[in-house]
Design a protein around this ligand. Structure first.
Ligand code: ADP
Ligand code: MG
Length: 253
């Protein structure tokens, strides 16, 4: 699924936070949005997810204008740094997601075949959850509550929940920033592997240029609400388009 943002503008009060951002991401690509804190990365991602409306510009998914479409109808999965797991539900229940459970309830209410269809759907959903849990190596943790998990395990459960939705793209906003340094480095390669395995589009926000360098097919360097340079990491490192880009990518993480 190609994702395309064109002319995205957003202000909060009198502050222009995004100044006409264009970005097209190809199906299956891993693109990072990288830039200093406050440059507008999260706002851009939230607009793509539908959590925020742009003042101007268009969001398209596979050629369809979704600028005014509700988040739930975009089939994108957002993974936050805060994990946002339900503390009172098990990992398995978290992964089944309220959305899916609501579908199930609706199915159950259908006359005659409803309960049978709901049971079949529930079994299929459980298989899917187990499959995602195996991919993420958390299959032994399915009955635990989020409070009984380590940071890395919680991050995997949040990813697993996103996977079960079969999204057209994963949107991640600094998903590793709550982890300690060693785990963060480990999770980088895990995420790269997951990306190759799922062959789904990943759009990944980070302020950490080392993270962007190791994972992305292309990185978009953002500053002050605009993309200053977009390209493969080696291109950006070898020929930064401006002093600002050079200064950012050349600075220690
Ligand atoms: P980043 O993710 O790159 O750190 P953000 O997109 O979160 O940047 O924020 C960009 C700018 O917009 C910041 O100056 C931030 O304070 C401001 N901002 C973000 N969200 C809001 C909001 N809901 N209301 C007012 N200002 C906001
Ligand atoms: Mg942010």
């Amino acid at each position: 699924m190609q994702i395309s943002l064109s002319g995205i503008a957003k202000s909060f009060g009198t502050t222009a936070v995004l100044k006409g951002v264009d970005l097209t991401v190809a199906a299956g690509e891993f693109v990072t949005l990288v830039g200093p804190s406050g440059c507008g990365k999260s706002t851009l991602l939230r607009i793509l997810a539908g959590l925020e409306r742009p003042d101007g510009g268009r969001v398209e998914i596979d050629g369809r204008d979704v600028t005014a479409v509700r988040p739930a109808d975009r089939n994108l999965a957002m993974v936050f740094q805060s994990y946002a797991l339900y503390p009172h539900l098990s990992v398995e229940e978290n992964m089944m997601t309220p959305l899916k459970l609501r579908d199930l309830t609706r199915l159950q209410r259908l006359p005659l075949v409803g309960p049978l269809l709901a049971r079949q759907r529930y079994r299929a959903l459980r298989r899917q959850v187990r499959g995602a849990a195996e991919t993420l190596k958390i299959e032994d943790l399915l009955s635990r509550k989020p409070g009984q998990l380590s940071g890395g395990q919680r991050q995997r459960a949040a990813l697993g929940r996103a996977m079960v939705r079969n999204p057209v793209a994963f949107l991640m906003d600094e998903p590793l920033s709550n982890l300690d340094a060693a785990l963060r480095v480990h999770m980088r390669s895990e995420l790269s592997q997951l990306h190759r395995r799922l062959a789904t589009t990943f759009i990944y926000v980070t302020h950490d240029q080392a993270e962007a360098l190791t994972m992305s097919d292309r990185m978009a360097v953002m500053m002050h609400g605009a993309i200053l340079q977009l390209g493969p990491p080696d291109e950006i490192y070898n020929s930064p388009a401006s002093v600002e880009v050079a200064r950012f990518v050349g600075s220690p993480a």
